[in-house]
Design a protein around this ligand. Structure first.
Ligand code: GCO
Length: 260
């Protein structure tokens, strides 16, 4: 058996540019760095210029090739303007990771329409807006990778997070819809469904003793996931290794969805 002397080209992202939304921290930051480690140039995104710049500086210090794109993923005009800027600068988005997400925890009978709408806009509609703008350009080039970030709530509901559940359920079928329309153009649209991960967004859950114990007992792996544990799935779905994989959702959840 010949021994591999260099990384498998199936997983090589050299020459590709990846836009990861919501990537100044958390899952988006880990995914961005993971794609960078596989050779991709990175465009990181967030709503706050100073926070994004700080993340970009830290990443550059570690050797990543990073551009910053400040815009709100939920606002159509801002998304369109961002892609027009990429065109003008000659930045070609080969890989889009729709990661930006927010949470709002409240029982449904108390929930205000504005909070429902905000969560749906950021966690679902944004993936449509970014997907549309990216895919228009990918179709013209005949290749591209779209990776949407779902959740365990893409499959199952949990009390107090219904708008998030609805949005993430939508992400699962939006991914299939993207595959239905774009696969013939050489674009692969797929999704990752993270389990319970150690992030700032989950701080309230992590510090809740009962919830923490529930996650550990309910997850076959017996623990929460770390953000960089999503990197393997992200690199796979961003790389030539997944060129005939379309409309799938890969759960990276320590086995949680597989058991009662
Ligand atoms: C929450 C949510 C999520 C979970 C995710 C697991 O209350 O914030 O349940 O953030 O971590 O849905 O996939």
């Amino acid at each position: 058996m010949p021994h591999a002397t260099k990384p498998n080209p199936l997983f090589d992202l050299t020459g590709r540019t990846a836009l990861v939304t919501g990537s100044s921290r958390g899952l988006g930051r880990a995914i961005a760095e993971g794609l960078g480690d596989a050779g991709a140039k990175l465009v990181i995104n967030g709503r706050k210029a100073d926070t994004l710049k700080q993340a970009a500086d830290e990443m550059r210090a570690k050797g990543y090739d990073v551009l910053e794109a400040v815009f709100d993923v939920a606002l159509e005009k801002e998304v369109e303007a961002a892609f027009e800027r990429f065109d003008a600068e000659g930045t070609q988005i080969d890989i889009l990771v729709n990661n930006a997400g927010i949470q709002h925890r409240q029982p449904m009978v108390e929930l205000k329409l504005a909070d429902w709408q905000r969560v749906i806009d950021t966690n679902l509609t944004a993936s449509f807006l970014l997907g549309r703008e990216a895919a228009k350009r990918m179709i013209a080039r005949g290749h591209g990778k779209v990776i949407n970030i779902g959740s365990l709530t893409s499959e199952l509901a949990r009390r107090t997070v219904i708008p998030y559940t609805v949005a993430k359920g939508g992400v699962r079928l939006l991914t299939k819809g993207m595959a239905a329309e774009w696969a013939e153009h050489g674009i692969q649209a797929n999704a990752i469904g993270p389990g319970y991960m150690v992030t700032d967004m989950n701080e309230a859950l992590l510090s809740d003793e009962k919830f923490d114990a529930w996650v550990k007992s309910r997850t076959p792996a017996g623990r929460w996931g770390q953000p960089d544990e999503l990197v393997g799935a992200a690199v796979f779905l961003a790389s030539p290794a997944s060129n005939y994989v379309n409309g799938q959702m890969i759960y990276v959840d320590g086995g949680m969805l597989s058991v009662l």
